[in-house]
Design a protein around this ligand. Structure first.
Ligand code: 6PG
Length: 261
């Protein structure tokens, strides 16, 4: 099935935990190039930030790792009009490496965005990849549990940005992982993946946490994502992990044409 080269979707509340096979509430926005995907992602981030601060006085976002979102972060770094002082930055996942490591998702986000905008340091919640995986995960889980207790049942995140791997993983929720079945913890450690690099253990948000997002935006660009996008958006009951994430109010996939041909 090829993804229609149009904006499509039925915005509305969908099953927060991504009922397998139900893609009715998923928006697919197909854009010509990766740069167009980055620009649309930055615009979506900005709209979400302004709306959240207007409504609740704060914007809570979980950033995606990998390489795809970097261009969007760079665009956002050049926008002083955003409510950075009221922004709280979490991470969808982290490689278990130090914050200065070339493979660190935090390092990528810091270099592209966080070093250039006035988000208070206490409002950047880094997954401590330098710790033992289970310890880093337990600490992040406790932070999120504390946030969840602030307003029981309310969404944790206004926006979660995600990528998708060629194997259909998202964050560090890999196909076949026991982490896919986690229903209580907000963050867990997972072993080094064998299907994609870097081959280091990870800390990842769980579906339990991802389901507490008002909006989810998945960014995918390049022909190497084509099969994963097709599987994730095909609506089959065997959708890969990326196909199972839904925002409570909005789920949008930002795709370039190469990822949907
Ligand atoms: C990670 C990411 C991961 C990423 C996908 C896509 O830590 O690697 O969180 O989920 O989003 O693997 O990565 P690219 O954007 O580099 O293709």
């Amino acid at each position: 099935m090829s993804v229609p080269n149009v904006e499509e979707g039925v915005p509305g509340v969908t099953a927060p935990d991504g009922g397998r096979g139900d893609i009715s509430g998923v928006e697919r926005i197909v854009l010509p190039t990766p740069a167009d995907v980055a620009a649309r992602a930055a615009a979506l981030f900005a709209d979400a930030a302004h709306a959240a601060v207007a409504a609740r006085g704060r914007f809570v976002v979980a950033l995606a790792g990998g390489s795809t979102p970097k261009a969007a972060y760079t665009l956002l770094a050049g926008d002083p009009s955003l409510p950075w002082a009221a922004t709280h930055v979490w991470f969808g996942d982290e490689r278990c490496v130090g914050p200065d490591d070339a493979n660190s998702n935090y390092r990528m986000a810091h270099e592209a965005l966080l070093a250039h905008v006035p988000v208070p340091e206490a409002q950047v919640l880094r997954m401590e990849g330098e710790r033992a995986p289970d310890d880093a995960a337990a600490r992040y889980d406790a932070l999120l549990a504390g946030e969840a207790a602030r307003d029981v049942g309310a969404p944790l995140f206004d926006l979660v940005l995600l990528g998708v791997g060629p194997d259909g993983h998202t964050a560090s929720l890999f196909p076949g992982s026991a982490a896919l079945d986690e229903r209580e913890r907000w963050a867990v450690a997972v072993p080094a993946p064998t299907t994609v690099g870097p081959h280091v253990p990870r800390v990842t948000l769980t579906f339990h946490a991802l389901a507490r997002a008002r909006a989810v935006a998945v960014l995918a660009a390049g022909a190497e994502k084509r099969e994963a996008v097709r599987a994730a958006l095909g609506g089959g009951l065997d959708a890969p992990p990326a196909g199972r994430v839904r925002g409570q109010e909005r789920t949008v996939w930002l795709l370039d044409e190469a990822a949907t041909a």
